[in-house]
Design a protein around this ligand. Structure first.
Ligand code: PLP
Length: 379
């Protein structure tokens, strides 16, 4: 395979060279931040500075930001311990049917433990409204979990307005937001959403895999999910992943130093969609996406897993939905009530600000070629 044509940046991103350099430094400086001698104190200092960097991008205080191993851990911590915090008042959770598995499977597990969960259904465009959420709130609701950017459609959910509505209904209800696809992809810092708990992940923003963070708003007394040595102010035990954290902070700095990145990602997505529509008239757009980096299209009647494989054999990487589905049809597109042929042929395309027109042209030509060669259930 000569060249990789990568349009799956919502699955994961290449590690930025700034992150690699910072990680190599941190790997060489191997001290345990909890040790008491000078050498280790340097490692602790680094983690402290890295926390400040990421907190600045969040628009929060460093004391409100806790490092975890990934977005999934952050979501689990927020939801499981958030529900526990409200257990005297009730056991009702409101979430959406289009959340990532990290949220949905956690909610399902809590259902098995006696919680009741309301799953808000999206409309045909993949949207959820404030009114829908308000109508689902009950006196025994203890937690709302709503994502910021859907990972398959790129739709931005009205999180800030939903937080206001929830807090007006009952300020004691905790609001958790899975912002894994929204961090550094939307113009406003995440703390401005007003949510109590916000989960993010490093590998979606040019950092390595294996690091994430949970924002816990000042005053929210969440218990730890992991207990042990008392790192992260006693709230997330486990020796700090100093290299991963250094890579995360360096990637955040590199993003912050590139203010044009959102416009560039949106422009290349627009170019690709226009080219696809012009070249492949049978292709339909499921969602052009509000977020700059994600959109969903379909080749009705084709099998998207086959299309993904055929493209993959030529070094063209796209997704038939979230990388976590492992061949199952996307629950997001199913919840949007798409017709079966649309569901079958659904593809997610996701972009980087550095994606080029040449790469987009190569994607369009590979997809056109695949559509010409493969059979459809409609033909
Ligand atoms: N939430 C969303 C919306 C995601 O897209 C993902 C990853 O694809 C996750 C959570 C899980 O993040 P991680 O891979 O860091 O566990």
């Amino acid at each position: 395979m000569d060249q990789l044509i990568y349009f799956d940046y919502a699955a994961t991103t290449p590690v930025k060279h700034e992150a690699v350099d910072a990680m190599v430094d941190a790997l060489r400086q191997f001290g345990n931040p909890s040790s008491r001698y000078e050498y280790a104190r340097q490692a602790a200092c680094r983690v402290k500075e890295d926390r400040v960097t990421i907190a600045r991008a969040f628009g929060c205080s460093p004391a409100e930001l806790y490092f975890t191993s990934c977005g999934t851990e952050s979501d689990n911590w927020a939801i499981r311990r958030g529900v526990e915090l409200g257990r005297r008042r009730g056991r009702h959770i409101v979430t959406t049917a289009i959340e990532h598995a990290a949220v949905l499977e956690t909610c399902k597990d809590l259902e098995r433990q006696g919680c009741e969960v309301t799953y808000l259904k999206p409309d045909k465009a993949g949207r959820i409204t404030v009114e829908q959420l308000t109508a689902a709130l009950r006196p025994d609701t203890v937690l709302v979990s709503m994502m910021l950017v859907n990972n398959e459609t790129g739709v931005i959910l009205p999180v800030a307005d939903c937080v206001k509505a929830v807090k007006a209904f009952d300020p004691a209800i905790l609001f958790h937001c899975d912002a894994v696809q929204g961090f550094l992809k939307t113009p406003d810092p995440l703390a401005r959403l007003g949510a109590d708990l916000v989960a993010v992940s490093g590998h979606k923003v040019g950092a390595p895999k294996g690091v994430g963070a949970l924002y816990i708003k000042k005053g929210v007394r969440l218990r730890p999910l992991l207990t042990g040595g008392g790192q992260e102010d006693g709230l997330r035990s486990g020796t700090e992943a100093t290299a991963q954290i250094a890579g995360f902070a360096a990637a955040v700095r590199a993003n912050a130093a590139d203010p044009g990145r959102l416009e560039r990602a949106a422009a290349i997505k627009e170019y690709t969609l226009a080219k696809l529509k012009e070249t492949l008239p049978k292709l339909e757009v499921i969602s052009a996406g509000d977020a700059p980096h994600i959109c969903a299209v379909t080749l009705p009647g084709y099998k998207s897993e086959v299309v993904v494989r055929v493209l993959g054999d030529q070094g063209v990487c796209v997704s038939s939905g979230s990388a976590c589905h492992k061949g199952k049809p996307s629950h997001v597109f199913a919840a949007m009530n798409l017709p079966k042929p649309w569901l079958d042929g659904a593809l997610r395309l996701s972009f980087s600000p550095d994606s080029t027109k040449e790469e987009a042209d190569a994607l369009v030509s590979a997809l056109t070629d695949a559509a010409g060669r493969l059979f459809t259930t409609l033909s």
